[in-house]
Design a protein around this ligand. Structure first.
Ligand code: VTB
Ligand code: MG
Ligand code: MG
Length: 322
């Protein structure tokens, strides 16, 4: 995969963030999501690649844009699979809450798990504990391993968990063990990636969230040298059948990082919409000036770039909210 693609992709997440940030706090999550999706879709046309959406906004008959199977790019350049979440955290943007991002993961054709839109159990850690944590280990044991590998006291180990009733038991056990719990409302891509960025102080991400988000997170964790294990959680016969159709004979098998994203030719890019663990959100600075913060990384070289950009909305009328 060509390395220029990494910088091209940031332009795409920036466009989605710029468009959706204008919807922040307006209580309209669908409008925010649509703005991100159409801005992202339009920008993809100019990218040098022959891409196919494998994780997107839905099946062909349910999503007008960025649907699974849609071809993206200008047809020149590498053949790649694309996973997108134009607005990871639609309801947080609607409420003006933190943590929303526009995200894309790209890998060589055939290298991203074609995760259906269902729940997935996930555990993620940074480089220091990579290869040492297991989804099925008791959480108490996992925390001990992390304390040892990060040279932290158990009471300083920080576990990030999505605030949902389904996580009540695990939250209780982490607290009993004496570790710190950081709860978040929405957006588990940022939470999973935060474990692999030392400046966040977050050591472990655990819980059940979206499977598409799991694959996107995995691309970033690969580039950051972190680790992840996952398992799909089909809730009914139909979801089980969907897992089998995508080639998983045992839908509840443990998926390693390598099963989620194969090889090391993967790129991850994100632009903050509202401020979160890894990125600041979009700032409207007055006049037509808008500032964005993005992160882009490549698994092959493990280079991580933080890109701050100043945009002049008067030069991007197609991204301005009507
Ligand atoms: C998950 C998580 C996402 O929505 O899909 C979550 O992966 C949905 O969980 O990051 P619920 O069904 O409990 O609401 C996000 O938080 C945002 O898309
Ligand atoms: Mg989405
Ligand atoms: Mg999402």
């Amino acid at each position: 995969m060509e390395r220029e693609l990494a910088l091209e992709i940031v332009r795409v997440t920036e466009a989605a963030a710029l468009a959706s940030a204008q919807w922040m706090g307006r209580g309209k999550k669908n409008e925010a999501d649509n703005a991100a999706t159409s801005a992202m879709r339009a920008m993809f046309d100019s990218v040098n690649m022959k891409g196919t959406v494998v994780i997107g906004e839905g099946e062909l008959d349910e999503a007008p844009m960025l649907y699974i199977g849609e071809e993206l790019g200008n047809n020149h350049g590498p053949e790649v699979d694309i996973a997108v979440d134009p607005l990871e955290g639609t309801s947080i943007v609607a409420k003006g809450h933190p943590n929303a991002m526009a995200v894309i993961a790209i890998a060589d054709k055939g290298c991203l798990l074609h995760a259906p839109d269902m729940y997935m159990e996930k555990i993620a850690v940074g480089p220091k504990a990579a290869g040492l944590v297991r989804l099925d280990d008791p959480i108490e044991k996992t925390i001990d391993i992390i304390a040892k590998m990060t040279n932290k006291r158990v009471q300083d180990v920080t576990v990030i968990i999505q605030e949902r009733p389904r996580h009540d038991e695990i939250i209780e056990r982490v607290r009993k063990k004496g570790a710190r719990v950081k709860l978040f409302g929405d957006g588990d891509v940022g939470a999973a990636i935060a474990t692999a960025l030392p400046q966040t102080g977050i050591d472990l991400f655990i819980g059940i969230g979206g499977a598409p988000e799991g694959v996107i997170s995995a691309a970033a964790l690969k580039a950051l040298g972190g680790d992840m294990q996952a398992r799909l959680v089909p809730m009914n016969e139909e979801e089980t059948a969907r897992c089998k159709r995508m080639g998983l004979d045992d839908p509840t098998q443990i998926l390693q990082l390598e099963d989620l994203v194969r090889g090391d030719d993967a790129i991850f890019a994100a632009t903050g919409v509202s401020s979160g663990e890894l990125l600041e959100g979009v700032r409207f600075l007055g006049g037509d000036l808008v500032e964005t913060d993005s992160i882009v990384m490549r698994a092959k070289t493990k280079t991580v770039r933080y890109i701050k950009a100043h945009h002049h909305l008067s030069n991007k009328p197609h991204l301005v909210m009507e």
